[in-house]
Unconditional design. Structure first.
Length: 441
């Protein structure tokens, strides 16, 4: 049997689920709000495997994996299901294990699909291999699946994801476009292709694909988060409100969605919504008490509120979990600088830069802190390094201008400030830089 038939059943179930939850399914946070209606449907028809599938799928998407597993197993035990519903239940059983990142249980959950569709069973095993980041093994499974059924949509999507894992974006894009041609209204193909296009730097094309995924799955937390991430990178300042709405949707749909919470909290902190950013960080810690990103976010919240010691505590707690976290080191450095402990700050800035040479922030912050402490020779050294390594990064040039001005190098400072004003990357307070430049004319 072809997976296309299964996909059509999924669409039928989606329509059924929409009828069950009625108006609640079109509101923000529908993934959570529909659960009561779906539970009521199961209570009304406990022997209906389709109702069990609808509830189990909604529970999984909302992040309630234990409850999802129990409901899916109950649906399988009910029996007397059509082949499409039976396959749907088996796929959801496997997807629960995928979401748990449990390879061995994923394999066990895929095996029963063999009696329903051999091609889909191998596609499922490919997804299991991707749980443990094994692209080669996944491609072996997709080759077997596609040999059995060349139009197996799930196998073609898994093939594209495997190529993506191998950093072979050409083949990844080709496979995913082929999958979409098989099933144009399949969410997974558009979602995976959008993610690949983001990595390729094809911003507009990526956003188009991810918008399609969201339109096909308007209550899906993964599609909402992926689109928000793409818009943050390529949508420009005008996309900020949409990004925030998408992130709120993702966290409403899945309250344990750590990445979405962290992205939302970071956006809120940038906007000065400090209390809301703190709520986001705490939400992550409720699900993942050891999450480093949440500790760093809460540390930034504390720092913005003038609680430098609390920020240091959060940074140190993060470093106990991941000792080479550049973000945690940078937080500790910023907090020490806030306290006026410049030597400790400089040491931490150097450590943060040493841990991640892709980010100029530690160099720029070190320069700014050193300048503020009257150490312009040190400030200049950090800023020179920042502008050498990242010549398009405006904040580095602004920091260099400050250090040079502090040393009385008026001509060089003017040049640095002018570079800051035209640099294409990084957020620069251009009015403030222009004002400083004017004092040197």
């Amino acid at each position: 049997m072809r997976v296309v038939r299964f996909a059509r059943t999924q669409r039928t179930l989606a329509i059924l689920g929409g009828a069950l939850v009625m108006a609640a399914s079109i509101t923000s946070g529908a993934q959570e709000s529909e659960l009561d209606a779906l539970r009521a449907s199961v209570r009304a028809s406990p022997a209906d495997p389709a109702a069990a599938l609808a509830l189990g799928r909604a529970l999984r998407r909302a992040g309630h994996l234990g409850d999802a597993q129990r409901e899916i197993r109950r649906g399988i035990a009910v029996g007397v299901a059509s082949p499409d519903i039976a396959r749907g239940l088996r796929w959801e059983a496997a997807r629960v294990e995928f979401d748990r990142r449990d390879f061995f249980q994923s394999v066990a959950a895929c095996k029963p699909l063999e009696t329903l569709s051999s091609a889909e069973a191998h596609a499922c095993l490919a997804d299991a291999d991707l749980v443990r980041q094994r692209a080669t093994e996944a491609l072996d499974e997709t080759a077997t699946a596609l040999a059995k059924d060349p139009r197996c949509y799930e196998a073609k999507v898994a093939e594209g994801r495997a190529y993506d894992l191998e950093l072979d974006v050409v083949h990844a894009e080709s496979s995913l476009r082929a999958a979409i041609a098989m099933l144009p209204d399949g969410v997974d193909g558009h979602l995976a292709l959008g993610r690949v296009l983001v990595k390729e730097g094809q911003g507009p094309a990526a956003i188009t694909e991810l918008r399609k995924a969201v339109s096909l799955d308007p209550h899906g937390p993964d599609a909402a988060f992926a689109l928000a991430t793409a818009l943050q990178q390529y949508g420009g300042p005008g996309a900020a409100r949409e990004v925030e709405a998408l992130l709120q949707q993702a966290t409403n749909q899945r309250p344990s969605f750590a990445d979405a919470w962290l992205a939302l909290g970071g956006l809120e902190l940038e906007r000065g919504l400090v209390a809301q950013a703190g709520i986001a960080g705490e939400a992550v810690l409720r699900s993942v008490p050891t999450d480093v990103g949440a500790r760093v976010l809460l540390g930034k919240v504390a720092l913005s509120q003038g609680r430098a010691d609390d920020a240091i505590k959060q940074g140190e707690a993060a470093l106990k979990v991941v000792s080479n976290s550049a973000a945690a080191k940078l937080l500790v450095a910023d907090a020490n600088a806030k306290k006026g402990e410049i030597d400790a700050a400089i040491e931490a800035y150097q450590a943060a830069w040493g841990l991640d040479h892709r980010d100029p922030t530690p160099l720029v912050h070190a320069s700014v802190a050193s300048h503020g402490a009257g150490r312009d020779t040190t400030a200049r050294a950090f800023a020179v390094r920042a502008t050498q390594e990242f010549p398009k990064w405006g904040p580095g040039w602004a920091a260099l201008g400050d250090a040079l001005a502090g040393q009385g190098e008026r001509g060089l400072a003017r040049d640095a400030y002018r570079s800051a004003l035209v640099a294409p990357d990084g957020a620069v307070d251009k009015a403030a830089v222009a004002k400083r430049l004017a004092t040197l004319q």
